[in-house]
Write a protein that binds this ligand. Structure first.
Ligand SMILES: NC(=O)c1ccc[n+]([C@@H]2O[C@H](COP(=O)([O-])OP(=O)(O)OC[C@H]3O[C@@H](n4cnc5c(N)ncnc54)[C@H](OP(=O)(O)O)[C@@H]3O)[C@@H](O)[C@H]2O)c1
Length: 417
């Protein structure tokens, strides 16, 4: 199949991303792409196209062998998995944007491609328009990466930006983000850092050849953030960003953390504001690179879907080249980080300090009546108390990158000796 062979596309989902993709294809007839059939869910919903364009049974698209490529952009991860895995069992070519599905089922979906000869690409699933999956998979396929980090969620970044620009509190900034269409009605996945965790899991497969269990990656969100925390960061000449960090330690272990982080102007992520995303790649030989762009929205995400469809026409497949590296990089929680912890109630924070094994003297009262503390905290402690931290609205940010925890470092030095 050459560069300009006409392609018949089956589009499953016609919401924000589906319509964005459709519009891009419509504006570029020279690409020789035809969205031949569209599947949606709700018959009674008003649509910008005549009803004859739609079916309400996505399985009809699976059964239609005249469709060359299926584009899956629905908002239901379980149903997306059923549809995409069925398509791959038929050896079909699929583009998907569903990060929640991919993070949960990637090993199985990769295996289905190997078994039945189909192909699945998913550039749109990570950081919208930023071509980071293909960059890691193809360009850096054989270069060791010291670290991959970034702002992978535009909704929480928008809230943080508005809080620091306006000095507004979290609830007001979130309400504004929802009004502007940058945050979902149910903000839990974005604000709780579950969404960027899914993206970090997907990138780990390409950057390090490791299929991480989503639940094994520590994610802390911004639900407990207040204007006091923003003021603290500003006083240090820093900003708070939700940063997903993957890195490979000298001992070969992999670290993965998705938490708020105090970021200074020396970091390219400092200037990534509002709904934008940014990714910093630290490659062993190429050095540092920075990608920035729109992480969501119909056209930006549709543009990544288009790039996948065109790549499918050319026969591109992901290589997962680093998967063959042995031994496989194992995830470690044996890390320590410099933490900033806060809560509007000093009494609650006093107890939190015992959970995190921080000394009571670390506690500082704020004028507003709340309190914060700083000090080194073991990632194991954050991991063990993660549900309580979330349930009690405790805000935790790290200052800088995590390091190997002292007892682990000593044990490994002893083994080497
Ligand atoms: N929005 C973004 O900027 C963005 C960015 C990156 C990735 N993504 C991912 O892209 C996917 C789509 O997101 P979106 O924002 O476009 O969602 P959306 O606006 O909520 O639209 C979802 C679409 O899926 C359809 N749908 C749901 N279940 C279906 C089913 N069983 N069969 C057929 N159609 C079904 C819906 O049909 P009805 O129209 O009948 O309701 C709707 O057209 C999600 O996985 C999301 O995580 C989104």
């Amino acid at each position: 199949m050459n560069e300009n062979t006409p392609l018949r596309i089956g589009l499953i989902g016609f919401g924000c991303v589906g319509q964005g993709f459709y519009d891009i294809v419509r504006q570029q007839p020279e690409l020789n792409l035809v969205v031949a059939r569209i599947a949606v869910k709700t018959p009674e919903k008003p649509r910008p196209l005549p009803a004859a364009h739609f079916t309400y049974h996505a399985d009809e698209l699976l059964a239609d062998t005249t469709l060359d490529v299926l584009v899956e952009v629905i908002d239901d991860a379980a149903e997306a998995f059923r549809l995409v895995s069925a398509a791959l069992r038929q050896g079909r070519r699929v583009a998907t944007a569903n990060k929640a599905m991919l993070a949960q089922h990637l090993p199985e979906l990769v295996q289905l491609q190997a078994q039945f000869g189909g192909t699945m690409l998913y550039e749109a699933a990570v950081c919208g328009s930023i071509p980071v999956v293909r960059t890691l998979d193809q360009y850096f396929s054989h270069e060791p990466l010291r670290a991959v980090s970034g702002i992978f969620n535009g909704s929480s970044n928008y809230v943080l930006t508005r809080m620091s620009e306006e000095g507004s509190d979290y609830a007001a900034a979130l309400a504004e983000a929802q009004l502007q269409g940058f945050a979902e009605t149910d903000p839990a996945l974005d604000m709780g850092a579950f969404d960027p965790r899914s993206k970090a899991v997907i990138l780990a497969a390409h950057a390090y050849g490791t299929f991480l269990e989503t639940d094994a990656v520590l994610n802390l969100g911004i639900e407990g953030i207040s204007a006091v925390d923003i003021a603290y960061a500003t006083a240090q000449g820093q900003k708070i960003k939700v940063v997903a960090s993957l890195s490979r330690l000298p001992n070969g272990h992999l670290t993965a953390l998705v938490t708020p982080q105090l970021v200074g102007p020396e970091s390219p992520l400092y200037g990534v504001e509002r709904e934008f995303n940014g990714v910093v790649l630290d490659a062993a030989f190429a050095g540092k690179q920075f990608l920035q762009g729109r992480g969501a929205g119909g056209h930006p995400t549709g543009s990544a879907v288009l790039a996948d469809v065109l790549a499918l026409r050319r026969g591109l497949r992901y290589q997962y080249a680093k998967q063959s590296a042995r031994p496989e990089a194992q995830l470690t929680q044996g890390l320590e980080l410099d933490a900033y912890v806060s809560h509007p109630d000093a009494g609650v924070l006093r107890e939190v300090l015992t959970w995190l094994e921080l000394p009571a003297e670390a506690l500082r009262l704020t004028e507003a009546g709340g309190a914060y503390a700083t000090g080194p905290v073991a990632v194991q402690q954050l991991w063990a108390w993660r549900q309580e931290l979330r349930a009690n609205g405790v805000f935790v940010a790290r200052a800088g990158e995590a390091r190997v925890a002292a007892p682990v470092a000593e044990a490994e030095a002893a083994v080497r000796a």
